[in-house]
Design a binder for this molecule. Structure first.
Ligand SMILES: Cc1cc2nc3c(=O)[nH]c(=O)nc-3n(C[C@H](O)[C@H](O)[C@H](O)COP(=O)(O)OP(=O)(O)OC[C@H]3O[C@@H](n4cnc5c(N)ncnc54)[C@H](O)[C@@H]3O)c2cc1C
Length: 250
């Protein structure tokens, strides 16, 4: 379905590539346009009519209306598409486990006499303690050190939160000195919830003019490291082929 070089955005691990989300989006847009798709951006969908009409009608926040034969809801964990066809489904954090997300430039780490040892190779690293862990890997073709710093809160976290940087640093103060040095370099971070959605009984509307893919239907915790891959690996042919008319697809 997709072939693109991803430009400067990929870090090569031999058998696989790690890309920054923004560069992946660039690649997807490039391929969509190459195949004749009309890409409409900055259009938050607020209303979907699908039950008593042949086509799915979508209204955006700005009041624009669009009609499609098939609506693919790939709108993430708070999916308006899922809320429309499966209003009873809720995404939930199963525990108080959540994660800081942060990026530090490799150049900055290379200049640090202690931390530079950590990045001799462009590899994925996991460091664990009993109540937290860090997962790090290169993105942007090895320009940036991407960190996911898991930890626990007394209560489940349901939305992205601003954080006190001192609290973040204190969480990892007993880690290896090289990790601590990198944590001290983090300029800013946010706390992210780690939610689970499903399993759902169905991923489509009864007349199959709407289907859900990605986090909208099977959000999973980050350390499974499969969310992004499974969002794209869904076999769209299985969804589209049974439809009588494969005209406009959003
Ligand atoms: C801390 C953390 C670390 C992770 N690490 C990994 C990892 O290492 N590997 C991995 O594979 N996965 C990882 N994941 C999971 C991965 O990020 C998700 O599974 C993946 O982004 C899901 O893609 P998606 O396209 O379904 O949803 P999203 O990436 O959430 O994209 C949804 C899109 O829909 C748009 N949208 C939402 N609502 C509307 C609306 N009403 N109208 C129009 N557009 C809308 C949003 O703006 C967004 O662009 C991680 C997740 C977290 C939280």
């Amino acid at each position: 379905m997709l072939h693109s070089s991803f430009g400067k955005g990929s870090a090569d691990f031999g058998c696989s590539k790690v890309v920054h989300r923004a560069h992946l989006h660039d690649g997807l847009v490039e391929v969509a346009k190459r195949n004749g798709a009309d890409v409409i951006i900055d259009s938050k969908v607020t209303k979907i009519d699908y039950q008593n009409v042949g086509q799915v009608k979508v209204t955006t926040q700005r009041g624009k209306k669009h009609s499609f034969d098939l609506l693919i809801g790939s709108d993430g964990i708070s999916s308006v598409v899922r809320r429309t066809i499966l209003p009873e489904v809720q995404s939930k954090p199963p525990t108080g486990n959540c994660a800081y997300r942060a990026i530090v430039p490799y150049d900055q780490i290379r200049k640090d006499p202690v931390a530079k040892d950590l990045i001799n190779k462009l590899t994925m690293e996991v460091w664990m303690s009993d109540k937290s862990y860090t997962i790090s890997y290169p993105i942007s073709a090895g320009e940036d050190f991407n960190m996911v710093l898991s930890h626990h809160r007394p209560n489940p976290v349901n939305s992205v939160e601003e954080v006190d940087m001192q609290e973040l640093r204190d969480t990892y103060r007993d880690y290896d000195p090289r990790i601590k040095r990198v944590v001290d370099m983090i300029p800013e971070a946010q706390r992210w919830p780690l939610m689970v959605t499903g399993p759902l009984n169905t991923w489509s509307s009864p007349s199959r003019n709407i289907v859900l893919i990605g986090d909208a239907t099977h959000t999973m915790v980050n350390h499974m490291a499969q969310g992004a891959a499974t969002s794209m690996e869904v076999r769209l042919s299985e969804i589209v082929l049974p439809l009588p008319n494969h005209g406009n697809v959003i």
